[in-house]
Ligand binder design. Structure first.
Ligand code: SAM
Length: 292
């Protein structure tokens, strides 16, 4: 099969199968061989790696992954792409194609069956409409994942990397930085895709920590505090938390926190009583969680 990463070959396949792009699935296919080579290089795939690709499309990135990895599982939601993938990937014995929604795939079972329970790598040009649920599912799920190299909307990549003081800082930044070390490795222009997306894209690599950089008494409570703080980000932290209807404790039960309890915790941390959640870093959110 000819290299799919060129506009001409991609156009030929699309025509041959009479394929129609589905906006609802975030279908923007990569047609730039340099970008494809770079993604695989940044992901540092070796012939011992077991890789899961989310959304292979017509198999363009999959071909590059199959050349490097020991094994590739390509999970594609769109059933119309399955016959195309069967053709474009037919010469690779190390690729399996699964027609499924990635959010429904039991990756723990897959790692146990195919990788002796050892960590897998994730590589993808993600469908942008579900970037956050996919990332959170990978982190919060029980499957061992050592690192994730993904193309996402540029703005979302920025959000994952920034800290307090930046307008993009939010719950996603803290969640990603709790689980992994993020690094934007490349920006990608809309011209590298068919059809062209309306936004710029970036490739970000998230290398998962063996142990998170901060210790919290309960992850459930920790993330519920973060969500409450950013749900009302213009309010002071004391107001946002004491007014919150969604705070939960370590058992997932509704938790009530008074303004005074937040003031006491902030005082112990040496922070102002009028501080907003957006001014706290990861370590400070962890301290706050353990104090409340
Ligand atoms: N990897 C291909 C490439 O780079 O050319 C296609 C990338 S395209 C941005 C995203 C792909 O994810 C599409 O093929 C789309 O059908 C698929 N997709 C969308 N939602 C999905 C889901 N929930 N589970 C699995 N695949 C999904």
């Amino acid at each position: 099969m000819a290299n799919l990463g060129t506009p001409a070959v991609t156009a030929e396949i699309i025509k041959k199968y009479n394929f129609t792009f589905q906006k609802k699935y975030g279908q923007n296919f990569l047609v730039d061989t340099n970008i494809l080579k770079n993604i695989v290089a940044f992901a540092e795939i070796t012939n011992e790696d077991c890789v899961v690709e989310i959304g292979p499309g017509i198999g363009t990135l999959t071909q590059y992954l199959a050349e490097r990895a020991r094994e590739v599982l390509a999970v594609e939601i769109d059933k119309n792409l399955i016959p195309i993938l069967k053709e474009t990937l037919s010469e690779y014995q190390n690729v399996s194609i699964l027609n499924e929604d990635i959010l429904k795939v039991d990756l723990l079972k897959f790692t146990e069956e195919r990788n002796k329970g050892c960590p897998i790598k994730i590589v993808a040009n993600l469908p942008y409409y579900i970037t956050t649920p996919i990332i959170m599912n990978l982190f919060e799920g029980h499957a061992p994942v050592s690192d994730i190299t993904i193309m996402v909307q540029k703005e979302v990549a920025d959000r994952m990397q920034v800290g307090p003081g930046n307008k993009d800082y939010g719950a996603l930044s803290l969640a990603v930085q709790y689980y992994a070390k993020p690094k934007i490795v490349m920006n990608v222009s809309p011209h590298c895709f068919i059809p062209r997306p309306n936004v710029g894209s970036s490739v970000i690599r998230l290398i998962r920590y063996d142990v998170p950089p901060v210790e919290v008494c309960s992850e459930k409570k920790f993330f519920s505090i973060i969500h409450a703080a950013f749900n009302q980000r213009r309010k002071t932290l004391a107001n946002a938390l004491s007014n919150s209807e969604t705070l939960t404790d370590s058992d997932g039960e509704r938790m009530k926190v008074s303004r005074q309890q937040v003031y006491d915790a902030l005082e112990k941390m040496g922070l102002s009583m009028t501080i907003r959640g957006e001014a706290l870093n990861l370590k400070e959110f962890a301290q706050l969680c353990n104090l409340l």
